[in-house]
Every structure is written in structure tokens, then in C-alpha cells.
Design a protein around this ligand. Structure first.
Ligand code: SAH
Length: 353
């Protein structure tokens, strides 16, 4: 029996949030804790793995923001969940336009996966990164933070409206297999918010204290130290009802219960919750805006044209295809959103028209 199933058989039903935590990040059993899931041979592909242009645009965004900060001689460049280090390597190559930026940055990476830390160490060796398990050990100071497809992997609680009111969903053992269940009513129902009030029996609500905590922690930091945090992920611009938990294995939809620990689990990110946590902490919120619009404002089409002009004809087609995938509304352009939290005196940020 898989370790997660054994644990549930022995200890009884758990919440969907605890299930996600065990299946994704628990040392020993978690999907991310134990492997490199990215790329053609892995389970899914992310924007930086589609094209170097994605990381390059974010690198220019960081340089632009650093200049808005007055070009501090020392600052933290932080990435949450850096994957293979591809985004940051592309960003730092693009940042060569400002050697002072490269000299001022101290690179900090928040990553739980040992295999991915090894890949990051290789991709970013010349920047001498410092790794962290979470945000709590980051030193103070001016900060520019990037997080692409990080929030979508954090645990969510799921609630289902029944004829008798809200109940939290959980995962229980059914013989040797796992099955969805409804847990006895408990304190967790307090996580539900006003926008869930319209629910009818059968409706599902997802709430992620972990996502909100990231917004609150960074909000508190940016209220104190100058800086900005840029999140790119997929999800709706407004919070609402609906289930979005999905499993991906080998680029195909998988069964979250049967493939626990062997498949990627993600949910749509509740950007409004990140924004609310930031506002509560007193920082400015920019967006969410659509990824396609954001990248276009930063000049991704001009960059694609430059790369195409230098490329051989077959590579030109690949550059055009990658650009389409990143910005077309039918691809990643609309579903993916960009949200920034920035210190209170920030008046403008590149990319947010
Ligand atoms: N940003 C990369 C990788 C996205 S996959 C890209 O765009 O390609 C999610 C990343 O977050 C992986 O690096 C994964 O190991 C990391 N991760 C997932 N859950 C985490 C957690 N709770 N704490 C820190 N890192 C986590």
C-alpha cells in the first residue's frame, strides 16, 4: 500500500488540505519533495520551460523595479519554488543590461525539493544562492521576489454545501483504496467567507490558509522593508465557488486519490485572498492582470522578433509557437494572471497598465 494510504488506514480520515500536504511536500512521501517533475519527460511544463523569453521579461521587470527603488547597493532577489532554476537563469542573463543590479543582488531560493535544489545549484552556481525551506529564515532588507506556479501547489481546504449546511471534505480509506468523504462539522467551517454564502447543495468551496499566509507574511515584510513580490499563476481574478483540484501525471489528467504522491496536484489560485492579505498588511496591490497582457507590455513580442531574426528557419517557427503559447488567450495568456504586492510608497509597476 502507498505510504499515504497506509497513514489514512491507520489514523483515519484527513482533510483535503492535509492530503495535499502529504502528497506534495511531506519529506519522504511528497511528490515535490522527492523528484524533478518538470519538462517533456516529467509531468508538466511551465512557462520558463517553454521559452527563455519568459524569464528574460521577468529579469527586465526586476531591473526596472530595482531602479524604481533607487538602485540599492544590496538587496535580496528571492524566488519561491524555482523549479530547475531556468526562470532565474534567464532573468539574470537579461539583467546583464545593468551590471550594478547583478553586483547588488543576493540570491535567495525557497525550495523544499532536494532534486530541484541540485538543479538550481547547477543553473545558478555563479550567483552563490542561499536556500530556505520557507520564508521564515529570509534575512531582512530590500526585496524583489518572484514566484511562478508556486501558489497553485499549496494545500487548500475544500468544503461542500449539503442540505444540512457546509461540511469539510476529506479523504478516507475504503478498503485498500482512498475515497472522498465528508468530515464531521468542526472549527474549520470558520474558514468560509462571505462570497461563499450563495452556495447551493452540491457546491464546493476551496479556501487556502497557506496561500493567504504567504500574502500576509510578504505583506508584513514589504510594509517594513522596501520591495515587491510578483506572483504568476493560474486562477480566476475573483474568488468564487467551484472545485479546481486536479492531478497531472505524464502530461495527462490523473486521479488525485489513486496517484497520491506520484502526481502533481494543483488548484486555481485565489488571487483575491493574496491581495486581501497584502492590503490587510498595509501594502499596495497591483493586478491581477492577465499574463498575456503583462508580457506584451514588457516587450515579449519585440524580444521574439529579435530572437527570430537571428534564428534558423525551423527555430523561427518554434519561437513563434512559444510566444503564442505564453500570450494567446486560448493558451496561457488569459488563465494565467500576474499579481504584485509592493511596499506602500510604490506608485507604479511595469506591466500593470
Ligand atoms: N517556478 C518553477 C517551478 C514550478 S513547480 C517553474 O515555473 O518552472 C513548483 C515549485 O515549487 C517546485 O520547485 C517545487 O519543488 C516547489 N514547491 C512546492 N511546494 C513547495 C513548498 N511548500 N515550499 C517550497 N517550495 C515548494
Amino acid at each position: 500500500m502507498a505510504p499515504i494510504a497506509r497513514r489514512i488506514v491507520e489514523a483515519g480520515p484527513i482533510t483535503v488540505a492535509e492530503f495535499m500536504r502529504l502528497a506534495l511536500s511531506e519529506p519522504g512521501t511528497g511528490y515535490y519533495a522527492t523528484r524533478d517533475p518538470l519538462g517533456a519527460k516529467g509531468d508538466f511544463v511551465t512557462a520558463p520551460e517553454i521559452s527563455q523569453m519568459f524569464g528574460e521579461m521577468l529579469g527586465l521587470w526586476c531591473v526596472d523595479f530595482w531602479e524604481r527603488l533607487g538602485g540599492p547597493a544590496s538587496f535580496l532577489l528571492v524566488e519561491l519554488g524555482p523549479g530547475r532554476g531556468t526562470l532565474m537563469a534567464d532573468a539574470l542573463r537579461a539583467a546583464r543590461v545593468r551590471p550594478e543590479f547583478r553586483r547588488a543582488l543576493r540570491l535567495h531560493l525557497v525550495e523544499i525539493s532536494r532534486p530541484l535544489r541540485a538543479a538550481q545549484a547547477e543553473a545558478l552556481a555563479s550567483f552563490d544562492p542561499v536556500w530556505h525551506d520557507d520564508l521564515s529564515t529570509l534575512p531582512a532588507g530590500p526585496t524583489i521576489l518572484l514566484a511562478n506556479e508556486f501558489l497553485d501547489a499549496l494545500p487548500v481546504h475544500q468544503f461542500q454545501m449539503t442540505e444540512a449546511g457546509w461540511r469539510e471534505r476529506g479523504v478516507a480509506a475504503d478498503g485498500e483504496a482512498l475515497a472522498w468523504t465528508l468530515l464531521p462539522p468542526g472549527e474549520s467551517l470558520a474558514l468560509l467567507r462571505p462570497e461563499h454564502q450563495t452556495a447551493k447543495p452540491g457546491d464546493i468551496a476551496e479556501v487556502s490558509p497557506a496561500v493567504r499566509a504567504i500574502g500576509a507574511t510578504l505583506g508584513a515584510r514589504l510594509a517594513r522593508d522596501a520591495g515587491a513580490a510578483l506572483f504568476i499563476d493560474y486562477g480566476p481574478a475573483r474568488s468564487g465557488l467551484g472545485e479546481s483540484l486536479q492531478a497531472l501525471r505524464g502530461h495527462r489528467a490523473a486521479d488525485p486519490l489513486r496517484d497520491a504522491g506520484e502526481a502533481d496536484l494543483t488548484t486555481h489560485v485565489d488571487f483575491a485572498a493574496v491581495a486581501a492579505a497584502g492590503r490587510d498588511a498595509g501594502v499596495k496591490v497591483f493586478g491581477p492582470v492577465e499574463q498575456g497582457a503583462f508580457l506584451r507590455i514588457l516587450g515579449i513580442e519585440q524580444r521574439a522578433a529579435m530572437l527570430a531574426a537571428k534564428a534558423a528557419p525551423p527555430d523561427r517557427a518554434a519561437i513563434a509557437a512559444a510566444l503564442h503559447r505564453l500570450i494567446a488567450p486560448s493558451q496561457m495568456g488569459s488563465l494565467f494572471k500576474v499579481l504584485a504586492l509592493a511596499s506602500p510608497d510604490t506608485t507604479e509597476l511595469a506591466g500593470f497598465a
